[in-house]
Write a protein that binds this ligand. Structure first.
Ligand SMILES: [Cu+2]
Length: 296
């Protein structure tokens, strides 16, 4: 199964003709084996055929160790449906949110925010396992491969149920730094250290009133934030990206947080968010939600 990169999809949404994503319909994604029980660490191997999850975990900081062997990557996304909302409704919302038409995308992302709480997850490609630790209180959660939405004419992804049980008795793990998703007068932004430690644990907080994600895509050495702004908003200048794939943390609703730990290749990366703006429908990266950091 091929899927366009999020960047390619977002560029289409932004109506900036930088790349022509090759769209190929994929096979039906199905879970290969039944889901099995587990503790508070969950290993998830994402494949083109799907993935498995335990049926339940104890409440607290649940670590998802997510990996894939598929070059095009996968996006594990966790949600909690709001009262009375069906899976079909959320799927319809997301289909609007990933529309290349900005007005439709804006409507879709507003409906997603209304209908579900996005608790995050991990975007993966083969170069590194992504450890994503999510605070989960008791309740019913659903996890699916968000990448499936970018495959034209593909059926909706399989939703895996995860029941979280018991009281939340846990301590925030030690962290090496913080990455915040914030709103400013100029638009949505990342606030983070300029240097991040490879293998460090980072607290990623959504302090903004909109849904955000956190992708890491390697950029060519010497690339500045200004270079990214020019390329993303005008399509002019050299392509600053040194790779076509990205990895990081999936979308989280306002007020949520996750902990990220991973081991990608060291070097310069752009932090990126391609969630559409809830008013204009333009993906946040094109509104300035990008930041160059060094992973050392
Ligand atoms: Cu965003």
């Amino acid at each position: 199964m091929l899927r366009p990169t999020k960047l390619a999809a977002a560029i289409t949404t932004a109506a900036v003709a930088l790349v022509g994503p090759a769209l190929v319909a994929g096979p039906v994604a199905q879970a290969a084996t039944p889901d099995k029980p587990h503790g508070r660490t969950v290993t998830v191997d994402m494949t083109n055929k799907g993935f498995t999850l335990p049926r339940e975990v104890r409440a607290g900081f649940v670590t998802f160790e997510v990996s894939t062997k598929d070059a095009n990557g996968h996006d594990l996304q966790g949600v909690r449906l709001h009262k009375g909302v069906t899976q079909a409704q959320l799927i319809a919302d997301i289909r609007l949110a990933v529309s290349p038409d900005p007005k439709t995308a804006a409507k879709g992302i507003r409906q997603v925010q209304r209908d579900a709480t996005l608790v995050g997850g991990a975007a993966v490609e083969p170069s590194t396992v992504v450890d994503d630790t999510i605070p989960l209180c008791a309740g019913t959660y659903w996890f699916f491969d968000f990448g499936q939405f970018f495959v034209p004419n593909a059926p909706p992804p399989v939703f895996h149920r995860l029941d979280v049980k018991g009281p939340f008795r846990d301590w925030l793990p030690k962290v090496d730094g913080e990455i915040d998703q914030v709103d400013t007068k100029a638009g949505p932004r990342f606030v983070s250290p300029d240097k991040l430690m490879d293998g460090g644990t980072y607290l990623v907080r959504n302090k903004a009133p909109e849904i955000h994600e956190l992708m890491f895509q390697r950029v060519k050495p010497g690339t500045t934030n200004r270079d990214l702004t020019v390329f993303l908003t005008t399509g002019k200048g050299q392509n600053p990206f040194a790779e076509a794939v990205s990895r990081g943390l999936a979308a989280q609703s306002p007020g949520r947080f996750q902990l990220l730990s991973f081991h990608p290749k060291k070097g310069s990366y752009a932090l990126l968010c391609f969630i559409p703006d809830d008013k204009s429908g333009i993906p946040h990266a094109f509104l300035g939600m990008h930041k160059v950091v060094k992973l050392t």
